[in-house]
Design a protein around this ligand. Structure first.
Ligand code: DGP
Length: 127
C-alpha cells in the first residue's frame, strides 16, 4: 500500500459498511466501537472513526478539532461504560511500521480487565 493513501476496502471500512460482521459495542454517525478479533485482555475494544483516516497522523492532521475531541471523549465514555475506570485501562494507537500498524484505518485500542504489566512487552521500565 502506498503510504498515506486511504484504501476504501480495508477491513475496518468493510465492518463500518456492514460487509463483515463485528461485535459492536457502540455506534453513532462518527464513531464505531467493536471487540477486537484477537483480544489481548478480557476487554479489548477497537474504536474507529467513520471518517476515512489512515492512521493517528492522518486523523490529527486532517480532522476538525471538534471531531478529534469528540473521538477521544467517546473513548473515555466507552471505557467508563465497560467499568474500566476503577482499576484502569490502556489506550493504544499504532501509527506505521515500527508500531506494527496492520489495519490502515485509524483506530484506538481500549485494553483492560486485568493488570496490563509493562507498557511494551519485554520492557520493565514502566512497571
Ligand atoms: P493494529 O496493529 O493497531 O493495526 O491492530 C489491528 C487490530 O485489528 C488487531 O488487534 C486485530 C484486529 N482485527 C483485524 N481484523 C479484524 C476483523 O476482521 N475483525 C475484528 N473485530 N478485529 C480485527
Amino acid at each position: 500500500m502506498e503510504e498515506g493513501v486511504y484504501d476504501k476496502n480495508n477491513i475496518f471500512a468493510k465492518i463500518i459498511r456492514g460487509e463483515i460482521p463485528a461485535k459492536k459495542v457502540y455506534e453513532d454517525e462518527k464513531v464505531l466501537a467493536f471487540n477486537d478479533i484477537q483480544p489481548a485482555a478480557p476487554v479489548h475494544i477497537l474504536v474507529v472513526t467513520k471518517g476515512e483516516y489512515v492512521s493517528f497522523n492522518d486523523f490529527v492532521q486532517k480532522a476538525k478539532a471538534e471531531e478529534v475531541k469528540g473521538f477521544f471523549a467517546r473513548i473515555q465514555k466507552i471505557a467508563e461504560e465497560q467499568g474500566l475506570d476503577k482499576n484502569g485501562y490502556r489506550i493504544i494507537t499504532n501509527h506505521g511500521s515500527d508500531a506494527s500498524q496492520s489495519v490502515f484505518h485509524f483506530h484506538v485500542h481500549i485494553i483492560g480487565g486485568r493488570p496490563l504489566g509493562a507498557l511494551i512487552p519485554g520492557d520493565t521500565s514502566h512497571r
